[in-house]
Design a protein around this ligand. Structure first.
Ligand code: FAD
Length: 310
């Protein structure tokens, strides 16, 4: 059995594995796709101390750094269930889609999250070519340009406020007849001169010129009329979904599915820690996921030295 078993091979999982392995304990990483969301990212300009890198390059570096240590990396493995230890200090089991199962004295969950997409024509085609999901990441790429934000919940309105300070104009598009963001955010939004809010509007298509986004179409739900907006960027803010469906009923999740952790990454189950986008930790970013992963790796080690094996 492992002493630390990490589930997920994104920035959080890689950091947890490296911190655990450096303690000289038996460490394994099982990941559906080593690299995680970073693999889908083009330019990365906020990974502190690295002015510019690209997703696939950073993902390769993550894997290389993990492989510098004696870590058992099991790529293309999907976890389907977690079975808690039957007694304190006992082994925790993780079942895999392959039918195999892994046992470990501690587990670090770092299965990340995925952005919900609109599923309209053009969205997938122009992803990273004008269609974006992360304002903290990609906002500055649209300096002085026109963008739309899709979604009028807290994240959509926060994104619109954030982007309004960078871009020339923001069109916020909400499907419902009202915004769902906190009142204080709505007040701030309405005070901005370069933001237009469209309610009861359903985005129907992303338009491009073959290389990049040039506009979008939406349907006015009250009149049924189709309208078009010319712009250079579209930020889709209709939800970040944690990859935790397989953990439902096993440990404490928020109603949105985020794994509840304390400030050491401890979950509601003894010996089980969690880090990164799959958890309640705010602001889903690479540097944050790495820091949280390091913390969870150290917390797992700390747990091991204080627990007598059953
Ligand atoms: P993830 O990166 O999501 O990794 C999760 C890992 O778990 C993967 O290996 C996945 O395959 C695996 N996994 C999931 N489910 C299972 C399962 N059941 N069993 C086994 N393995 C599983 N952040 C920045 O800081 N700067 C940027 O410029 C930036 N740009 C971005 C651009 C895009 C298009 C996207 C999508 C995100 C961007 N982000 C950026 C956000 C950043 O990528 C995430 O915050 C970060 O990757 C989170 O790391 P993580 O390790 O928590 O999760």
């Amino acid at each position: 059995p492992f002493e630390v078993l990490v589930i997920g091979g994104g920035p959080a999982g890689a950091a947890a594995a490296i911190y655990a392995a450096r303690k000289g304990i038996r460490t394994g990483v099982a990941a559906e796709r080593f690299g995680g969301q970073v693999l889908d990212t083009m330019a990365i300009e906020n990974f502190i101390s690295v002015s510019h890198t690209e997703g696939p390059k950073l993902a390769a570096a993550l894997e290389q750094h993990v492989k510098d240590y004696e870590v058992d990396v099991m790529n293309l493995q999907t976890a389907t269930a977690l079975v808690p230890a039957s007694q304190e200090g006992g082994l925790i089991e993780v079942k895999l889609a392959s039918g195999a199962s892994l046992k470990s004295r501690t587990v670090v969950l770092s299965t990340g999250a995925r952005w919900r997409s609109m599923n309209v024509p053009g969205e997938a085609e122009y992803r990273n070519k004008g269609v974006a999901y992360c304002p903290h990441c990609d906002g500055p790429l649209f300096k002085g340009k026109r963008v739309a934000v899709i979604g009028g919940g807290n994240s959509g309105v926060e994104a619109a406020i954030d982007l309004a300070g960078i871009v020339s104009h923001v069109t916020l598009i909400e499907f419902d007849s009202q915004l769902r963001a906190d009142a204080v955010l709505q007040r701030k939004l309405h005070s901005l001169p370069n933001v237009t809010v469209l309610l009861s509007a359903q985005t129907t298509e992303v338009h491009g010129d073959g290389n990049k986004v040039v506009g979008l179409s939406y349907k006015e739900r009250n009149s049924g009329e189709l309208k078009r907006v010319d712009l250079e960027g579209i930020f889709v803010q209709i939800g970040l979904v944690p990859n935790t469906e397989w953990l439902k009923g096993t440990l404490a999740l928020t109603p949105r599915g985020e794994i509840e952790v304390d400030n050491r990454g401890q979950t509601s189950l003894p010996g089980v820690f969690a880090a990164g986008d799959a958890t309640t930790v705010p602001f889903k970013q690479i540097v944050i996921a790495m820091g949280e992963g390091a913390k969870a790796g150290l917390a797992a080690f700390d747990h091991l030295i204080r627990t007598v094996p059953a």
